[in-house]
Design a protein around this ligand. Structure first.
Ligand code: PGA
Length: 255
């Protein structure tokens, strides 16, 4: 694992953007895995800037998103499809037919999940997967207890997640209880994962992820098994770590 601890959210977003921009410049037809949530917004703003200011080309990329709520059409304002189009895709030159986001209204969810896995394989696998982490240690919608070998499938959301989401919905009948998510096993097959975490709210999860046991109770801890996990976190998210990370050297904090 390469763990980089940076000052704050702004430097985290700068650093993440450098990694993603380098990937796109070196391999313009990369397959990229995208994530939603608050954490990657700064990264996406910087990618838009790089497109506008220096012509960063998205047209040859193939993209796969981690997850989507079941029951929300792509145009619903809380859907992850809508998030991706408004926070990134509408502002750059992606090729729409090469964008993949699980479909929340799929009639046959199981075959949709199998199709999604097949599309990733046909695209040659994911070169770089961007990841956030939940305060409970989840990655994508692989909540604690998820099988570490899991593939794309439907997952029941933790009751806390359902409750937390309720405030975003005028119509309480629309609050999702299920999501389609890439599995932990799917995510681990990416050539590189770039995991981002910012803020004190993530400190406990990052301690478990980086220094705890590999366990289904902290699905993000599987990054310890990955062949190239690149972790960029800010000082606050790193505040509970017992070890310090500096240019790839890892030492106990109190030495
Ligand atoms: P956040 O979500 O970026 O909004 O904190 C991350 C996650 O839950 O995976």
């Amino acid at each position: 694992m390469l763990v980089e601890v940076v000052d704050n959210y702004e430097t985290l977003s700068d650093r993440a953007a450098e990694v993603v921009i380098q990937q796109i410049r070196e391999k313009p037809d990369s397959t990229l895995g995208f994530a939603t949530g608050g954490t990657p917004k700064g990264l996406y703003n910087r990618l838009i800037e790089a497109h506008e200011e220096s012509g960063l080309d998205f047209s040859k990329l193939t993209t796969f998103n981690l997850d989507e709520y079941v029951g929300l059409p792509p145009e619903h304002e809380q859907s992850y499809a809508r998030y991706m189009w408004s926070n990134l895709f509408n502002h750059v030159n992606v090729t729409e037919s090469q964008v993949h986001i699980p479909h929340g209204m799929a009639e046959d969810v199981d075959s949709h999940c199998q199709w999604y896995e097949r599309r990733i394989e046909e695209a040659g696998g994911i070169d770089l997967q961007i990841l956030g982490v939940g305060a409970n240690g989840h990655i994508a919608f692989n909540e604690p207890g998820s099988s570490l070998g899991s593939r794309t499938r439907i997952k029941t959301l933790a009751s806390k997640t359902v409750k937390d989401n309720a405030r975003y919905f005028e119509d309480q009948d629309m609050v999702p209880e299920y999501a389609i998510t890439m599995g932990v096993g799917t995510i681990m097959e990416a050539d590189e994962v770039l995991l981002l975490a910012s803020g004190e709210r993530k400190a406990e999860a990052m301690k478990k992820t980086l220094e705890g046991h590999i366990t289904a109770m902290t699905p993000a801890s599987m990054v310890q098994m990955h062949r190239f996990a690149h972790i960029v976190i800010d000082e606050e998210a790193a505040s509970e770590l017992d070890y310090q990370h500096h240019h790839g050297i890892v030492e106990p904090k109190d030495e």
